[in-house]
Design a protein around this ligand. Structure first.
Ligand code: HXC
Length: 257
C-alpha cells in the first residue's frame, strides 16, 4: 500500500521519491505523508545516497492536504497530532532534497516544496496557498516560508487572494532557482541532484543546516503561532462551509463565523 502512494527509485548516489496518488492530485493524506516520511528517513540513513529528489508527476506535485481528511480533523487534533511531527521529520532530513515541481503545487504541497532545499520548476508549475478559499490559512509553515522566500508583498498577495503564481513569477520572486521545459521537469532536478551528490556529504549536511539557520531565525516561533492560528481557523463555521462546498463542488458562502 505504502509502496503505491510513494514510489522510490534508487539511482545511487541519488534517489528519487515520487508522490503517487494521481486520482486525488497527490493530496497529502496521512497515509501519503507517513509513506513519504519513512522513505525520506530511510534514504537519509542510506550511506550510498547523497542527494534526494522529491517530485510528483508532470501534472501535479501535490494539490495540498487532503481536504476530505481535513474536514474530519478537530482543532485539537490539528494542534497536537502526529501530522505536525511528520513535517518536523522532513525538516530534520540531513541530506539535500531537491523538489522537482511540475503542475499544481498548492497548499500543503507548496509547503512541502518549500521545506525542501532547492526547487526546480517546470514551465507548467503553479504555486499557491489557496487555503483562504476554504476559510482556512496555511498550516505547515506556508505563512512563514513563503514570506521569507518572496517577501511580504507577494506573500500577502498570494495568501490573501488564493491566486496561483506561474513558474516564471516564482523564479522572478525567488521561490524557485530554475525553470525548465515541462518535459524536463524530472531530468533537470536529477541533473542538479547528481551535481550536488558529487560534493562532500559532510559539507553538504553542514551547509544545508547553516543555510537553514540563516533562513529560519525565529521561524519556529512563527510556525508555533501559525499552528495555533490554523487550529482556530479550522474551528470556524466558514472553514466547515469552505471544505463542504469544495467536496460538494459548489461555491462557498462565508458568513464570518
Ligand atoms: C482532496 C482533492 C484535492 C485535495 C484535488 N482533489 N485536490 N481531494 N484534497 N486537496 C481531488 C478532487 O476532489 C477531484 O476528485 C480530483 O482530485 C481531481 O481534482 P479536480 O478539482 O477535478 O481537478 P481540476 O479541475 O483540474 O482542478 C485542480 C485544482 C483543484 C485546481 C488543483 O483540484 C483544487 O483547487 N484543489 C484544491 C486545492 C487546495 O485548496 N489545496 C489546499 C488544501 S488545504 P474527484 O473524486 O472529484 O475526481 C491545505 C492545508 C495544509 O493544504 C495544512 C497542512 C497541515
Amino acid at each position: 500500500m505504502t509502496d503505491e502512494l510513494v514510489r522510490i527509485e534508487r539511482d545511487d548516489p541519488i534517489a528519487v521519491v515520487l508522490l503517487n496518488r494521481p486520482k486525488q492530485l497527490n493530496a497529502l493524506s496521512d497515509d501519503v505523508m507517513e509513506a513519504l516520511v519513512s522513505a525520506l528517513v530511510e534514504l537519509d540513513r542510506a550511506g550510498a545516497v547523497r542527494c534526494i529528489v522529491l517530485g510528483g508527476s508532470e501534472r501535479v506535485f501535490a494539490a495540498g492536504a487532503d481536504i476530505g481528511m481535513l474536514a474530519q480533523t478537530s482543532p485539537v487534533e490539528a494542534a497536537t497530532s502526529a501530522r505536525l511531527a511528520r513535517w518536523e521529520s522532513i525538516r530534520q532530513i540531513g541530506k539535500p532534497i531537491v523538489a522537482a515541481v511540475s503542475g499544481y503545487c498548492l497548499g500543503g504541497g507548496c509547503e512541502l516544496a518549500m521545506i525542501c532545499d532547492v526547487i526546480v520548476a517546470s514551465e507548467s508549475a503553479r504555486f499557491g496557498q489557496p487555503e483562504i478559499n476554504l476559510g482556512l490559512i496555511p498550516g505547515a509553515g506556508g505563512t512563514q516560508r513563503l514570506t521569507r522566500a518572496v517577501g511580504k508583498a507577494v506573500a500577502m498577495d498570494v495568501i490573501l487572494s488564493g491566486r496561483f503564481l506561474s513558474a516564471r513569477e516564482a523564479l522572478d520572486f525567488g521561490l524557485v532557482s530554475r525553470v525548465v521545459a515541462t518535459e524536463a521537469w524530472l531530468e533537470e532536478a536529477k541533473r542538479l541532484a547528481r551535481d550536488i551528490a558529487k560534493q562532500s556529504p559532510v559539507a553538504l549536511r553542514l551547509a544545508k543546516e547553516a543555510v537553514n539557520r540563516a533562513y529560519e531565525g525565529s521561524l519556529r516561533l512563527g510556525v508555533e503561532y501559525e499552528r495555533q492560528a490554523f487550529a482556530i481557523a479550522l474551528s470556524s463555521e466558514d472553514a466547515r462551509e469552505g471544505m463542504s462546498a469544495f467536496l460538494e463542488k459548489r461555491p462557498p458562502e462565508f458568513r464570518g463565523r
